[in-house]
Design a protein around this ligand. Sequence first.
Ligand code: URA
Length: 456
Amino acid sequence: MPNPAPPHMIDLIRKKRDGGELDGREIGYLVSGAVDGSIPLEQLSAWLMAAWLRGLSREETQALTIAMRDSGEKFSPARLGKVAVDKHSTGGVGDKTSFLVAPIAAACGLGVPMISGRALGHTGGTLDKLESIPGYRTALTLSEFETVLKRCGASIVSQTPTLVPADRVLYALRDRTGTVESPGLICASILSKKLAAGLDALVLDVKTGSGAFLRRREDAEYLAALMVATAEAAGTRTVALLTDMGQPLGRAAGNWIEVAEAVELLRGSRPAQSEDLRELSLILAGWMIHLGGAAATPEAGYALAATVLADGSALRAFFSMIEAQGGNIAVFDDPAGFHKPGATEVLHAWESGYIAAMDTTKIGWAVQRLGAGRGRAGEPVDPHAGIHFLARRGARVEKGQPLATLYATTPTLLAEPIALLREAITLSESPPDAVALVSRIFTREAAEDYLRDAVR
Ligand code: URA
């Protein structure tokens, strides 16, 4: 049989525009044309907008994920001799769970090949935080990545230029064409990168609440179920947890101050302000350990995670990874002494009351504008900028009581973030209702049930 003629991109755009469904061959054509440049950007952009407006079916999402996964080099963890597990979060403020779950899972004998991202919009970036450690290299080659994984059990790195090149092209276009917030496109973008790392198991932390990218609960639920079903169909055991981003996670949001907070917990401290961070990290790590086969249940995984946190083995795994990637762990001898912000200011409560709500997206922008994030791609970030929260949602505060300490690159950068933070915090006479840290869990079965019932 002769090969059928290749599709025409104009037909694929019209098909999607009119609500049709592309088959695997058509999606494969589109992805390879995005990578080799044979499809012009205006046609890719038009197709992305059609996909954003019409949505992608489960089959299209699956085909797009696999075609993007296979668009470049892949990492093969089989040579590690360990089960490979990872955790991915959809983005948050103060979310530093990676610095806890990666070494915890490594200390339980699993391999954690974690390919992470930089600050995006109002959310922080794992790589920017790690680069606040002097000498830490995030851009490793795949062979260096493998060496660190063999030696330390965990490695946190940036995407290489050759891994999932299709996402590089499509993500940059989505960013410029208003087509980021589409469940099918987000699912394919995130999972193609995770699946290219050859994972055996994956835990997804899907955020909901005022600081999440998808604020509407039903959107977050749909994305969670879609990602679980798609990754499972590709052969990776996957679970998604819907978790609260209605306030920053833990007490620090920034770069160095987040790494320092994580190390404090790895050292066994239990500051009250960091309790949600500790609890969520143990729950996520418990699922990683369970899906990775090192514990019979997620609860047994949680107990194992708590043990390696308490006995110092997770801290040793974290420090060994930092040293293997060129970082200087001497800075952890005196984390507060190493913290040298250009300017500091304290925000005090302007009246007495309960902290009833926090607009966490606004708080994320305040952190970014202090210098911890970027105004445009490629700009440097200030490792020492950020916010320490001195009171959390639900706390009763008295007028004049310190609520937060802000750290900026220069004194002139303080005014706007202080105004944003003040706007973001609602003080009220009555306490807010409690919010569950983990509100829903999607296993493969739960995801299939949800998608069967979902009318979209
Ligand atoms: N993070 C990604 O990597 N891709 C998306 O589409 C959204 C968040």
